[in-house]
Design a protein around this ligand. Structure first.
Ligand code: SF4
Length: 481
């Protein structure tokens, strides 16, 4: 059914149904339902078709949102999918986990004019899920196979996006990952209630059917050094992400019962996938019946909090040193967490983890927001005499991630890194200071969003393509038979 656009004056903003907090607290299934075709078309038709579309400008992938909304409103879903997948290697994943309230929907003029943003993420998810079901998502069949090969280190979103783009150009692609599944944080970091694992698996399977070779349980530095991979491939892309967790440096941080966010999430996700996880089975990384305190205010902290709820924790509290308006995580996630029973303790910083061998509590103090620093953010200051104690037998540190020492790990001391430990690359070519070695994603920009990793992976693939074209052109022509 073709619809007129600009229906925001007639139609209110609607989101897909959300399961009630009571039902979603007990399982790891996704919490949002899906639009019906009519609802998706109606919601898409609310778009104003802006001449300067701020939604698109503020999308890291510059997705052509107004046009695929218009096609959805017109019922032309296959074309909508073709357009959306032209700029995005995994639109159904971005539709589920992007913080749209901070990106496209937060920038939508309808949000700014208080009509309520077009529900872009939910429409994107609808279009792509429909495309999968109707068989419009097909393995890549390159027009021409090329002999040159690319080794990609890291099977997360940046590596997957680069692999897709390079296969489309006909290059031979091998994806190396240290874990036993491809997907990186999409599989092991992000909980199923935000992104069901089957959604990632079908993307991974599509890459396999497109001819990408996977080498899992492969650690660069143990199974091959970076110099060895450079000899094996015509180009190498480093897309490892950043996995080294920042820890607490307060008394008691080493007690049993204090754990890193990623260890906790990986154990939960592996258990959900049916893997045996001894540290979960013996209760170390299981929040059941425990008083849980999560320290941090980003999306990883939200994931831990909501996982603990589902594991049956006795209480779940979030300690964050700023207030709700100044937290880095998505507001939508905070709302979901509150609905599910998480207790947020804003403007609070931990002082010590209490206990003898095992954590029994967290001593914390109140903060207030002082003057803005050079970045414009108000810096939190402790309030003297405001100390108090919270019960805690599982303390989860969700304080962000840092790069590992890759030159040492990869056995390549000449790999150039920045003072933050990220890999230094040329901003245009995406190549590092080592010829033919590229980098993309969090290992370049620091811990960031999946959608930025997809963008970086695609950009790096283009840099690699140009490099390989130039390399092939410079190679001596094969002698005629
Ligand atoms: Fe449509 Fe909002 Fe984007 Fe404007 S900003 S084109 S109304 S989705």
């Amino acid at each position: 059914m073709a619809r007129k656009m600009l229906q925001f004056t007639r139609l209110d903003q609607r989101t897909p149904d959300k399961r009630s907090a009571g039902t979603r607290r007990v399982d790891f299934d996704e919490i949002y339902g899906r639009f019906t075709p009519d609802a998706a078309g109606d919601q898409a038709s609310r778009c104003e078709q802006c001449g300067i579309p701020f939604c698109q400008i503020h999308c890291p992938l510059q997705n052509n949102i107004p046009d695929w909304l218009m096609l959805t409103a017109a019922g032309r879903l296959e074309e909508a999918y073709a357009l959306s997948s032209a700029t995005n290697s995994m639109p159904e994943i971005c539709g589920r986990i992007c913080p749209q309230d901070r990106l496209c929907e937060g920038s939508c003029v309808l949000e700014q004019s208080r009509h309520g943003a077009v529900t872009i993420g939910a429409v994107e998810k609808f279009i792509t899920d429909t495309a999968w079901e109707r068989g419009w998502v097909k393995p890549i069949l390159p027009l021409r196979e090329r002999e040159q090969s690319v080794g990609i280190i890291g099977g997360g979103p940046a590596g997957m996006a680069a692999a897709e783009q390079l296969r489309a150009q006909g290059y031979q692609v091998t994806l190396y990952d240290r874990y036993d599944r491809i997907g990186g944080l999409l599989v092991y970091g992000i909980p199923g209630f935000k992104l069901e694992k089957s959604v990632v698996e079908r993307r991974v399977d599509l890459l396999a059917r497109s001819g990408v070779i996977f080498k899992t349980n492969f650690e660069v530095g143990r199974d091959a050094s970076l110099p060895e991979l450079r000899k094996t491939h015509d180009a190498v892309l480093i897309a490892t992400g950043v996995y080294k967790a920042r820890g607490l440096s307060i008394p008691g941080a080493g007690l049993r019962g204090v754990t890193k966010a990623l260890d906790y999430l990986i154990a939960s996700n592996r258990t959900g996938l049916g893997d045996r996880v001894p540290a979960f089975e013996d209760g170390t990384l299981d929040a059941k019946d425990k008083a849980v305190v999560v320290i941090g205010g980003g999306d990883t902290a939200m994931d831990c909090l909501r996982t603990a709820i589902r594991q049956g924790a006795r209480s779940v509290k979030c300690l964050y040193r700023r207030d709700r308006a100044n937290m880095p995580g998505s507001q939508r996630e905070v709302i979901n967490a509150v609905e599910e029973g998480v207790d947020f303790v804003w403007l609070t910083a931990p002082e010590a983890v209490l206990g003898d061998e095992r954590a029994t509590g967290v001593r914390a103090h109140r903060m207030h927001l002082g003057v803005a620093d050079a970045t414009g953010r108000q810096s939190p200051q402790p309030i003297a005499g405001s100390e108090f104690t919270l019960e805690a037998d599982l303390v989860i540190e969700a304080l962000g991630f840092e790069p590992e020492d890759l030159p040492a790990v990869f056995g390549e001391p000449r790999l150039p890194i920045t003072r933050w430990g990220t890999i230094q690359i040329d901003p245009v070519s995406k190549m590092s200071g080592l010829d033919g070695v590229f980098a993309a994603g969090d290992i370049v920009r620091g811990a960031s969003l999946v959608v930025w990793a997809v963008r970086d992976g695609r950009d790096a693939a283009e840099g690699i393509r140009r490099y390989l074209v130039a390399k092939a052109a410079a190679a001596p022509a094969k002698a005629a038979p």
